[in-house]
Design a protein around this ligand. Structure first.
Ligand SMILES: [Zn+2]
Length: 396
């Protein structure tokens, strides 16, 4: 036996485990009713019916409420400074969203100190945690200079291992696209790579085309970074098929897809990460999640929390939007926001509640996970354990 303190959480009315070994009885979410979970140190030690739970050093009672895995938000842009609420108001009164709005945040981010950027990210990460998000990916992309991209990633690294170099977010005002791609694939990549696990490109009209994206992803791969892609958000284009051709783990947005794009996603296994908060916040049409799932595409949900196109940090909102606006079932939406988010980050230790996995659990003020979609906008997160530590709620 380990000498780490163990806690048994009993009285769980409905437990969503995402454990494939429980799929036969518990469906996609591996549901267990009247369940208990034993946490030992940072890991889950035991899962099963409460009546069979082993003893532990500490016992807490969930009071019949539901417990789900911590949300895995696989797409966020938290390192920035400045406020763009005026731009949001303008958009809500008729101006369209374009990729160029990113440049307004770049100027503010460059002017901020490291301490200002760090405290801003810390505030957003705490906001996410309070809403049940226990794993996050954070991108750079508002520095767009060698120095500012590297320091953005160094800031992000204080909060997660899943940091993504997004120097290719938009071409900054002071240079040309050709020179900028050379910078991104040269000195900027060299400065960024030590702080990053992933490399990403905003492949879109007004940002980077497919050939540029291919060049940038190849350079990143040569530096040991795994690729991911923003594609087909605002227009049809070749980004999704590039992601599938390259075998990327995930391609994000996927709003404007041709039949050939959907077929390529289904055949490649590349995860389509849908970001419905963006469509909500820009009044764009939602991606066809139902069509993707019915075609056999693997679908994840993430927030895309960023100051321009979508400034929500709420995965529960994304779940509600996925159910209401994209015709996902509540089961599919929760799975996409947890297990599939983990898969989109190539993580097999989070997004699932099973022995040996990281003990990231969310206690809901509800008898069922369905309430995440059934009660949109209601703060249902009553407690959060992150790596076995109670960080939010009655035991935190
Ligand atoms: Zn994004």
């Amino acid at each position: 036996m380990s000498n780490q303190l163990s806690t048994v959480i009993t009285g769980i009315g409905e437990l969503a485990t995402n454990d494939p070994e429980r799929a036969e009885q518990g469906g996609l979410l591996g549901l267990v009713h009247d369940a208990a979970v034993v946490v030992e140190g940072s890991r889950v030690a035991w899962v099963g019916p409460a009546a069979e739970a082993p003893d532990a050093d500490v016992q807490v009672d969930a009071g019949g409420r539901a417990v789900v895995p911590g949300f895995v938000d696989s797409h966020s842009h938290l390192v920035f400074a400045g406020d763009r609420s005026a731009e949001f108001e303008a958009r809500m009164t008729g101006q369209p969203y374009t990729a160029g709005g990113i440049r307004t945040t770049v100027a503010r981010t460059r002017a901020a100190t490291d301490e200002q950027l760090t405290s801003h990210v810390a505030r957003l990460v705490a906001e996410m945690r309070a809403q049940g998000t226990t794993s996050i990916e954070i991108k750079s992309g508002y520095g767009l200079s060698v120095h500012d991209e590297a320091r953005s990633l160094a800031v992000a690294r204080q909060f997660t291992e899943d940091t993504t170099f997004l120097g290719a977010h938009v071409v900054p005002a002071e240079t040309t696209p050709e020179d900028y791609v050379d910078l991104v694939t040269g000195p900027m990549l060299a400065a960024a790579a030590p702080h990053a696990r992933w490399i990403d490109v905003f492949c879109e009209d007004g940002a980077f085309d497919v050939d540029q994206a291919r060049t940038i992803l190849a350079a990143g791969s040569d530096s040991g970074l795994r690729g991911r892609l923003h594609a087909n958000q605002l227009t049809y284009g070749g980004g999704v098929q590039l992601a599938c051709e390259l075998g990327l783990v995930a391609v994000d947005h996927c709003t404007y897809l041709s039949d050939a794009d959907v077929s390529a996603l289904a055949a490649s296994g590349t995860i389509a990460t849908l970001l419905p908060g963006v469509e909500f916040s820009t009044r764009q049409p939602y991606p066809d999640a139902r069509g993707l799932l019915d075609a056999g595409v693997r679908v994840a949900l993430a927030s895309d929390c960023n100051p321009g196109s979508c400034f929500t940090s709420s995965m529960a909102l994304c779940i509600a939007l996925a159910v209401r606006e994209m015709r996902m079932s509540p089961t599919e939406a929760l799975h996409a926001a947890t297990a599939m988010g983990a898969a989109a980050l190539e993580r097999d230790d989070v997004g699932v509640i099973a022995p040996g996995k990281v003990a990231d659990l969310v206690l809901l003020e509800a008898p069922s996970y369905v309430h995440l979609a059934y009660r949109p906008g209601v703060p249902l997160v009553a407690g959060v354990w992150q790596a076995g530590r109670p960080v939010v709620g009655p035991w935190g």
